[in-house]
Design a protein around this ligand. Structure first.
Ligand SMILES: NC(=O)c1ccc[n+]([C@@H]2O[C@H](COP(=O)([O-])OP(=O)(O)OC[C@H]3O[C@@H](n4cnc5c(N)ncnc54)[C@H](OP(=O)(O)O)[C@@H]3O)[C@@H](O)[C@H]2O)c1
Length: 266
């Protein structure tokens, strides 16, 4: 779907694979100039090749590698990205995910590590992006978080404790920067098919001694839509939130989860 975002200058972090790459592809297809980031330059080059090989529009893709769990690197990556783009209209924050861990086995070391890679890095990304977004004619931030941060499942303690903070960060920024036309929203994926989800099915299958298909069914059969999501479906929702079609939507969150979130009011 065309959301009229051609010409936007966009940063998508953690975007060499999975959801981040799909979002970058969608923006490039719609004519935006997109900087993608991840730790590995090799993965980023492969992502750029993939996006350019599949492009269905006249946008372009640039790469800025860097490990966003290191605060100094976040600053370097954002300086370089905004410089390459000559400004910024849209930021999509994403990160590499959190470790699955029960409270019983949770450690203060893992708590600190998750704080650095999830909260501190997102805080710094937003700090670096806001001056440029204020200059834009309608800047937008979309945070890729997780539906599980809103309905904390067992065995996801790092995510359950820390990802929740991104919702607070996003809401606070929407309150403070609305007067500059900057919007900030969160999206919560669940069971959108990526390498990460494939490895969750494989791990569950191994742990329980069942087939990968059976493990997949355990996750998917209870979803109202009874299927996994396609990254393209996810990316279109992010493009919508970043476009003028969503110009009165800020400070909120959207679950993109096949109906997994079990609340009448989100
Ligand atoms: N897919 C879903 O349904 C789902 C559900 C709930 C939550 N999520 C969350 O959404 C996010 C993306 O998920 P995904 O399924 O797309 O995962 P994925 O396919 O594993 O992709 C993760 C991406 O993050 C990059 N990355 C990892 N660590 C990084 C770091 N320190 N700095 C910069 N980039 C980094 C990876 O590239 P490099 O290896 O090149 O760094 C890769 O491009 C994760 O936080 C995940 O927990 C996804």
């Amino acid at each position: 779907m065309d959301y009229n975002i051609a010409g936007q200058r966009v940063i998508v972090t953690a975007a060499s694979k999975g959801l981040g790459r799909a979002v970058a592809q969608e923006f490039v297809d719609q004519g935006a100039t997109v900087v993608i980031n991840s730790r590995s330059e090799e993965n980023l080059e492969a992502a750029r090749e993939h996006i350019e090989a599949n492009v269905d529009g006249d946008g372009s893709v640039l790469i800025v590698p860097g490990d966003l769990s290191d605060p100094e690197v976040v600053i370097e990556v954002f300086d370089a990205a905004i410089d390459k783009l000559g400004g910024l209209d849209t930021l999509v924050t994403n990160h590499g995910g959190t470790t699955r861990r029960s409270f019983e086995k949770m450690t203060t070391e893992l708590l600190d590590e998750t704080y650095e890679s999830v909260i501190k890095s997102t805080f710094l990304m937003v700090k670096k992006a806001l001056p440029a977004l204020k200059e834009s004619d309608g800047g937008s931030i979309t945070h890729i978080v997780s539906t599980s941060a809103r309905e904390p499942p067992r065995n996801h303690i790092p995510s359950n404790i820390l990802r929740l903070g991104i919702y607070g960060l996003s809401k606070s920024v929407s309150n403070e920067y609305g007067e500059y036309g900057v919007r900030s929203n969160c999206v919560g994926p669940r069971m959108v098919m990526t390498d990460r989800i494939a490895s969750i099915f494989e791990d569950d299958a191994k742990r329980q001694g069942i087939s990968v298909e059976e493990a997949k069914s355990q996750h998917v059969d209870s979803l109202p839509l009874s299927r996994v999501g396609d990254p393209q479906e996810f990316a279109e929702a992010v493009a919508f939130l970043s476009s003028d079609a969503a110009s009165f939507i800020t400070g909120t969150s959207l679950a993109i989860d096949g109906g997994w979130t079990n609340g009448a009011i989100l």
